[in-house]
Structure formats: C-alpha cells, structure tokens
Design a protein around this ligand. Structure first.
Ligand SMILES: Nc1ncnc2c1ncn2[C@@H]1O[C@H](COP(=O)(O)OS(=O)(=O)O)[C@@H](OP(=O)(O)O)[C@H]1O
Ligand SMILES: [Mg+2]
Length: 354
C-alpha cells in the first residue's frame, strides 16, 4: 500500500475536525439566536477563528509550505472587541483526543500569534511547490441561514491537488441518506450529522463521521452510476448570483433530467455527489468577470475525481489550480460521473453556446 501524503492527510483531517468544532460552536449560537443573524459578526468570528486554527496546525507540521486562505487579520487589528471574541474561541477549542491535539501543536500561543497566523494565508499560489488552500467557512450564506457549509482544505503540489479534506458539519453522516440541503427543524442537535470527506491522489476518496471524538476509520465512497438521466439528480448553488439557475434548468431539460435541482450551499455539493447521494454538480457563470477562488474548489475537485467522477469547467477543460489564487483559466464547474460527463458537457456547451 502506498503511504504517499499519509501525514499530510492525517494533519489535514485533524485540522479540519478541530476548526469545524469552532465553527459549530458559532453556528449553534447563531441558530439559538444568541448572535443576531442580521449581524455580520457570527460568520466573521467563525471564519477568522477556523482559519487561525488551521494555519497554526499547518505551520506546526509543515513550516515551509505556502498557504492561500480567504481572510486577513487587518479588520481584527482595528477592532479589539472582535479580536478578543475570536481569541476566546480559538484559545478554548481543542480536540478531545490529547494526542491528536498534540499532533496539531496545541493551538495558538496568544492573541498576537493568532493575528500573525491569520496573516500567513496570503500566498499568491502558483505552479511551483507546496501550497495549502483553505476556505475556513465555505457557504457563508448557508452558515447564516442554518443550512449547509463546509470547512475546506486542499494541498496543491506544483499546481495539482494531492490531498483534499472537506468537513461538512450539517450533512447526514449516512452516505446513503437522500440528497437534501435541509438539516431538519432542530438545528441545535448534531445527532446523525457531520461528515468528513477526504481524498489523496491515486488512493480513492473516503467519508467518516466528523466528530467530536476520535476520527473513525474512513469508508470508501464512490459516485453512483447514472443509468437513466431521467432519474438523475443534480445540485447547484442556493444563491442565484453564484450560479445561473435558468441555464441549469435548460441543461437539465436537454439531458432529460426530470427532477428539480437540489440547491445546497458550499462544497457539500462535491461531497454529496462523490458519495452517490446526488449525481451531477453544475456551477454556471453569472458574469463574465467573476473568477472562481481556488479554495472554493480544490478539495472538492479531488474528492469527486477520486470517487470516480470528472470535474471540469463548462468547456470540458480540467480546473487549473496552478495559476494563482483564482481559477483564472476556467469558467464555471461541471462535475459528473466519468461515464456521463461528456454527455453533460455537450448539453452545457449547447445551452451556453460555447
Ligand atoms: N459571483 C459569484 N459567482 C460564483 N461564485 C461566487 C460568486 N461570488 C461569490 N462566490 C463564491 O461562492 C462561494 C459559495 O459557494 P456556493 O455558491 O456553492 O454556495 S452558496 O449557495 O453561495 O452559499 C463563496 O464562498 P464563501 O464566501 O466562502 O461562502 C464565494 O467564494
Ligand atoms: Mg468559499
């Protein structure tokens, strides 16, 4: 058995598990109304806190690696009250498993170290060397709405994704659960929810319960074969501003898909199709200028490909993670089982006139 990237995988899984513990604390405060949904701060607190914990774990284990992450600490330097709330969460979020917490280096030393570590995510990325891509809370709108969100971490080596980990605290643990963005009425109860998807290049993709205890052995996941397009299910963004929902409806019609789309926030969509809960993920450009961010796709791209899928842009080209912080060479995303991906791309190109 190959052990390539084994250590990177273990650290990435634990780092995502710990960061998700922090985001869950913030999520439940928001759901309970302790923090106002109109206030932008819950997501800010969750984003900064999770980013600090993940980068601290990476710096402890792989100090020479570059990091591309969404946030920078400037707003916290200007707002001591916000900084202190985040520090309180970062300081007090630890893995239950003392050995695992030790592997991550035991957190962040003090509030100045926290600011310093948050600012370590400014790498330009690129085609050379090892670069970690972090989205501390992907699907911020879903997070605020009480829906799906994901803590995302991918390792790029010379521009290719080698390791991908997605923590999805609000997806069902059960890989066979039907595809739905709904997490049920009782949002303060984590029972049956929380899944960690992982993949290493050439070694397949797995899912396991996200925690809070020790991480269980992963189960191999695989995309479902689509034998009949009429019964295929596809997912897309909740936000119409993130993916063109009228184009996707036309594409679905062309393909003969009869079910309405499942609208779900975040890279939980990639994880869901990778485990066969859904079949196709369409992300269709809404503007000529928007460039997708590498941290919104790196982990999901590898997890779907390792589960037997193909992930490309709308023209059928592979996503190019080697050109910087954005996917400047690609427009949109089309993810589907390898056997039907060509058929889906044909329909996409016809509708988008590419
Ligand atoms: N115009 C436009 N087009 C495409 N994508 C955009 C656009 N604007 C933002 N974003 C990015 O979308 C990320 C959220 O992903 P999803 O659209 O899958 O989920 S959601 O339904 O919007 O929550 C979201 O990630 P987060 O900011 O981490 O939530 C953004 O990076
Ligand atoms: Mg994102």
């Amino acid at each position: 058995m190959t052990t390539l990237y084994l250590r990177e995988l273990e650290i990435a899984q634990l780092a995502v598990q710990r960061a998700a513990q922090l985001t869950k604390r913030v999520f439940h405060e928001t759901a309970k109304g302790t923090v106002s949904k109109d206030d932008a701060s819950p997501v800010t607190i969750g984003d900064f806190g999770a980013q600090a914990l993940i980068i601290a774990a990476l710096r402890h284990n792989f100090p020479a690696d570059a990091v591309v992450a969404e946030e920078e600490a400037a707003p916290l330097r200007a707002d001591p009250a916000l900084r202190d709330r985040i520090w309180e969460l970062v300081r007090s979020t630890k893995l239950e498993d003392v050995g695992a917490e030790g592997l991550l280096g035991g957190g962040v030393r003090d509030v100045d170290a926290m600011l310093e570590v948050i600012d370590r995510g400014g790498s330009k990325g690129g085609r050379v060397g090892r670069v970690w891509a972090i989205d501390p809370i992907d699907g911020t709108k879903g997070f605020l709405r009480g829906g799906q969100y994901a803590v995302c971490l991918g390792l790029l080596v010379d521009g290719d994704v080698k390791v991908g980990v997605l923590g999805c605290p609000n997806l069902p643990v059960d890989d066979a659960a039907p595809l739905t963005a709904d997490i049920g009425a009782n949002q303060t109860d984590d029972e049956g929810r929380g899944v960690l998807f992982s993949a290493v290049v050439g070694q397949g993709a797995t899912s396991r319960p996200l925690g809070p205890g020790a991480l269980k052995e992963g189960k191999k996941i695989a995309m479902k074969a689509v034998t009949d397009m009429a019964s295929a299910s596809f997912c897309e963004s909740v936000e119409a501003g993130h993916s063109n929902q009228s184009d996707s409806a036309q594409i679905a019609q062309k393909l003969g898909i009869t079910k309405p789309s499942v609208r779900m926030d975040s890279q939980a969509k990639y994880g869901s199709i990778a485990r066969g809960a859904g079949d196709i993920y369409l992300r269709l450009p809404t503007s000529k200028t928007y460039q997708e961010k590498i941290w919104d796709h790196a982990a999901g791209d590898l997890i779907v490909r390792e589960a037997g899928g193909q992930v490309t842009d709308t023209t059928g080209a592979r996503l190019d993670f080697g050109v910087g912080r954005t996917l400047a060479n690609n427009k949109g995303v089309v993810a589907a089982p390898a056997a039907v991906h060509g058929q889906v791309i044909k329909a996409v190109r016809e509708v988008l006139k590419l």
